[in-house]
Design a protein around this ligand. Structure first.
Ligand code: FAD
Length: 446
């Protein structure tokens, strides 16, 4: 059964998130963007308001929310500030490897804490020398008795400067690529962990991004989230659970850009009328609206698949690259509708456009999402149509004839598609000159 109606509980969550976005985030977002600073108090309020960490299972004291609920909330927060939503929701990315881990003692210890107290957790796969190629990481984990010693650097880590914990991916042997990757829960105040300077960025300047260096960091074996050989799959599974949320970021941000553009188009006058009366503007708005709606549908589908126990990998990738790329188009067109004012810092669309730009890069670039989707389309996807060489070429009378009376035999050249009628195939194809062996009997069938 298909049903796009939100339940009363989901509507209530949407209302709470919307109210939080309007009352807490919108008033301060532009100020902190200008200052390139993360307002930690907003993150704390988001935790208190139940906006953060909703996916932690109830067993550990969390709310056990589904991904549908997650994307509904995320859209609202991102509509107010994509940068702050990155910093708020990176806790879900950081906790997801723990939720998926088989290490029950570790889960009890940390998930319960993150669910009950205001604790920030970062997620670290990327390094200065690699991002897309997760199997190519170099941060080294060396076994030493019952501990592992970590050495290396992670880069681009959201909330690195603010986090209490880090879900860090490492390798026991860089040469063994996927097979060497493992993951650990590291507390940021452990000896040997140091955070680099905040990285200056084009957009999402309300979000803290920095590198983290690990120098002889001793991690007890009990803090292993995934043993060597299981870390790579864990990272990929984490992404397929969190990518719909990046799609939801994009839907929220694009929705705001569109709303601001509509409002402006109704007020701004040119050539004696409102610019909203020009068909060129109306068509832009139609396309913006279409892109926001279609993106949301893909995001919801991916989230629904996850909540219903299906593998959401392909839908999550599709939702991510479709929603983030259309958001960029919507943001760009919104700025165009504002004309010169759109290019200034006095109106909100330039910040939205700068913030949106990141969506096609982190948590797997658009190129990587296309690799995932094309890999599925060309290998695991089951086509509905028969192979082209089996396509029947029959007349209505042929179809009505009993099998034994089907007088006509049709042969298809597998190279150029030519159909030859006759008891035998021709010696050579009259079009492409391929020999008789290139012909397949396509009629009668069987
Ligand atoms: C603000 C910000 C926050 C981030 N937060 C985090 C975080 O919290 N944790 C974390 O671990 N990482 C984080 N990242 C890192 C992010 O995930 C990576 O930047 C991203 O995965 C791309 O990796 P890269 O920058 O190394 O680019 P590269 O992998 O070097 O890619 C460069 C270009 O080549 C393309 N490319 C690479 N391989 C292929 C291929 N096989 N086929 C076609 N094209 C290819 C890419 O699509 C891209 O266009 C963050 C990044 C930013 C900018």
């Amino acid at each position: 059964m298909l049903n796009f109606t939100l339940t009363p509980e989901q509507l209530e969550l949407q209302r709470i998130a919307r109210e939080f976005a309007h009352n807490e985030i919108l008033p301060v977002a532009w100020h902190y963007d200008e200052r390139d600073e993360t307002p930690l108090f907003i993150l704390e309020r988001a935790f208190e308001a139940g906006i953060m960490g909703g996916t932690i299972p109830t067993h550990y004291g969390g709310r056990g929310q589904g991904l549908i609920e997650g994307v509904i909330i995320t859209e609202e927060i991102a509509a107010a500030c994509p940068g702050l939503s990155t910093s708020i929701f990176v806790n879900s990315l950081g906790t997801e490897p723990l939720i998926l881990s088989k290490n029950e003692t570790l889960k009890e210890k940390y998930l319960s804490k993150i669910a009950r107290e205001f604790k920030l957790i970062s997620f670290a796969t990327s390094e200065p020398g690699m991002g897309s190629d997760v199997s190519g990481m170099h941060l080294k984990a060396k076994k030493d008795g019952h501990d592992y010693i970590l050495n290396g650097t992670k880069y681009w880590i959201t909330n690195a400067g603010l986090a209490d914990y880090i879900s860090v991916f490492a390798t026991v042997e860089p040469e063994s690529e996927h097979a060497g990757i493992c993951a650990f829960l590291v507390e940021k105040d452990w000896e040997g962990v140091s955070v680099g300077r905040r990285i200056p960025k084009l957009g999402q300047r309300c979000s803290n991004t920095a590198g983290i260096n690990f120098k002889d960091v001793r991690v007890p074996e009990g803090n292993m989230i995934a043993p060597p050989g299981e870390g790579f799959v864990l990272a990929m599974k984490t992404f397929s659970h969190t990518r719909p949320a990046i799609g939801a970021f994009a839907v929220g941000a694009a929705r705001s850009a569109m709303e601001f553009a509509i409002e402006y188009a109704k007020k701004r006058r040119a050539f004696g009328t409102q610019i909203a009366n020009f068909e060129a503007i109306q068509f832009k708005i139609a396309e913006m609206y279409q892109k926001v709606e279609t993106s949301r549908l893909l995001v919801w589908k991916a989230a629904w698949e996850f909540d219903n126990g299906l593998d959401p990998t392909v839908s999550a990738s599709m939702a991510k690259f479709y929603a983030t790329e259309t958001a960029l188009e919507v943001g760009n067109e919104a700025l165009q509708i504002f004309g010169g004012y759109g290019y200034t810092k006095m109106f909100p669309v330039e910040k939205l456009l700068r913030d949106i730009r990141l969506f096609t890069i982190y948590e797997g670039t658009s190129e990587i999402q296309r690799m995932i989707v094309s890999g599925h389309a060309m290998s695991t996807y089951q086509p509905v149509m028969p192979p082209m060489e089996d396509l029947p070429m029959a007349r209505k009378t042929d179809l009505q004839m009993p099998k034994e009376k089907k007088g006509i035999t049709a042969w298809r050249c597998r190279m150029c598609g030519y159909i030859h009628y006759g008891d035998e195939p021709p010696e050579n194809c009259p079009y492409c000159f391929f020999p008789e062996s290139a012909f397949k009997r396509v009629w009668p069938k069987g």
